[in-house]
Design a protein. Structure first.
Length: 293
């Protein structure tokens, strides 16, 4: 059985430049892969079957079956597959677990079926499925542009710890689209915030937390009722700064020292919060499909 880890991500910056004529939004963002992973296992099967250990996961709402069907159609492959999905990334959390799972599906079935597609070809498939999927084919640290499908690798961050707080607030399928719709044109920027961070990212440099930016923070605290309480408790627990992951509602803080990160995480857990402490990942962590899970 072939097993592949599908990591989650955080946005170190996320700017919306404009709304495009195709209905999508033009973005400029620095994305960082992190260690919290779903796990996908692939084995030969009849047809395409995806099973998940989380009963709230819905196949018809997921990109994973779509990725499998797309690859099968374009390759004219007569083989089938059974995909086992172990969920560790919370659903609808802003951590892009479903997009990562779709990327892992493209990679896994390319191997299982012996298709021999090159990374660029898989990226073309990924771009037709969703905006974040191309990034997860390589992971690490990257500049993302367009609607999210134009990915340029950046120097890897020095290993840092990411404390994640997953708030128990109401969220619904389609929340990302609603968050985009909530953005007024006055919140659009020109990409300069991302440009500043990109210039500061060079091998061995610590990240400047003051350069982090996510436009969705301008609307998230009105969208997710009670999110501000979680943010305040995060700060009280010791976070130097608190940031929104993607379209939320997950919150995160970056910490250089592991023991400090563990202290913050344990304080949150002590209050009954769903929190975890994970490392940042560079692209080499995903080159090995047998990555530790």
């Amino acid at each position: 059985m072939l097993t592949i880890a599908a990591p989650s991500k955080i946005n170190l910056t996320l700017e919306v430049l404009k709304k495009r004529e195709d209905g999508y939004h033009e973005i400029r963002s620095v994305i960082q892969a992190i260690e919290l992973c779903d796990v996908l296992s692939f084995e030969a099967g009849s047809g395409i079957e995806v099973v998940c250990d989380d009963s709230s996961w819905q196949a018809d709402k997921s990109l994973i079956p779509q990725a499998a069907a797309l690859l099968q159609k374009h390759s004219s492959c007569p083989k089938g597959a059974k995909i086992h999905l172990t969920k560790r990334i919370p659903l609808l959390s802003g951590l892009a677990g479903d997009s990562s799972g779709a990327a892992a599906t493209l990679k896994g079935l390319n191997i299982l079926w012996g298709l021999g597609y090159e990374p660029g070809q898989l990226a073309d498939f990924a771009a037709t499925l969703g905006s974040d999927i191309v990034f997860f084919l390589s992971g690490g640290t990257a500049l993302v542009q367009g609607r999210g499908e134009i990915v340029s690798p950046l120097p890897s961050l020095p290993e840092m710890w990411v404390v994640l707080l997953m708030p128990e607030v109401a969220r619904a399928i389609g929340k990302t689209g609603k968050m985009y719709s909530a953005l007024d044109k006055s919140l659009f920027t020109g990409g300069e915030k991302t440009n500043i961070l990109v210039k500061k990212l060079s091998p061995g440099n610590d990240i400047d937390r003051s350069a982090l930016f996510n436009v969705f923070e301008k609307v998230a605290y009105d969208t997710y009722q009670g999110l501000d309480n979680y943010r305040n408790d995060f700060l009280v627990a010791g976070a130097a700064s608190v940031h929104l992951a993607g379209s939320g509602p997950t919150l995160f803080t970056l910490v250089k020292d592991k023991s400090n990160a563990l202290e913050i995480c344990n304080r949150l857990k002590g209050q009954g919060y769903n929190a975890c402490n994970v490392k940042t990942l560079d692209s080499s962590d995903l080159l090995n499909t047998g990555m530790a899970v």
